[in-house]
Ligand binder design. Sequence first.
Ligand code: ATP
Ligand SMILES: Nc1ccn([C@H]2C[C@H](O)[C@@H](COP(=O)(O)O)O2)c(=O)n1
Ligand code: MG
Length: 228
Amino acid sequence: MLAFALHALIRSSHRLSLSTLHSTRQSVSFGTLTRNDMHNVVFVLGPPGSGKGTICAKIQENLNYVHLSAGDLLRAERQREGSEFGALIESHIKNGSIVPVEITCSLLENAMKACGDAKGFLVDGFPRNEDNLQGWNKQMDGKALVQFVLFLSCPVSICIERCLNRGQGRTDDNEESLKKRVETYNQQTFPIIEHFEKSGLVREVKSERPVDVVYADVEKVFDAANKK
Ligand SMILES: Nc1ncnc2c1ncn2[C@@H]1O[C@H](COP(=O)(O)OP(=O)(O)OP(=O)(O)O)[C@@H](O)[C@H]1O
Ligand SMILES: Nc1ccn([C@H]2C[C@H](O)[C@@H](COP(=O)(O)O)O2)c(=O)n1
Ligand SMILES: [Mg+2]
């Protein structure tokens, strides 16, 4: 029954692509916004298993950006002794739903502060929904400059296969949680990507290809952004 539901979901969302939106792209200038006291941020979004963590690790290694995965920060907070949010985080992770932004954004801001003067931050898996976006805008206004949004697009069937074979013992890499995670992505996260696309901020890279091929395209995106 579950496998059937998962299959139906895969068929209904083979690839959500931004191609239809490109005609509405507006140009955005960052000129006067670049200030030394603001953190440079690249949001990294894409379906579960699209390769966000894998690609961010390579960017961090080669391009000097610091990788901050919202999911990893939440998993660490879940494990932290004495955390008042452990049970709440666990229930959201298992259900594939999104933790309230006050928790996630504070974890991200604290991690940025702890890193001091990094060239920039790769904020992986955030903002995932409207609450994340509004909360970020409220909490990080004047503190962070979003350079662009890296969107790793990948057919959902490939993403699910990758998660099921990831072998990291994640409590949400099972069919039941994946069904909910994909639903959350389709219903809540993709509209956020569309929102950024309308401001010309999205850089889409197709991530169903081998890692090195994906990364080569990603590096071109960063080169172009940092030449500005
Ligand atoms: N381009 C690729 N080709 C083949 N396998 C890949 C590729 N990119 C990542 N993988 C593998 O797919 C799995 C998921 O990758 P990764 O953890 O980077 O995805 P993610 O987008 O961060 O997922 P999540 O949103 O669930 O955290 C890992 O086992 C990884 O090694
Ligand atoms: N902005 C975020 C990011 C992650 N979570 C929770 C819910 C996700 O299913 C889970 C795993 O994230 P991943 O490692 O797959 O990026 O963490 C959230 O609530 N809000
Ligand atoms: Mg990840």
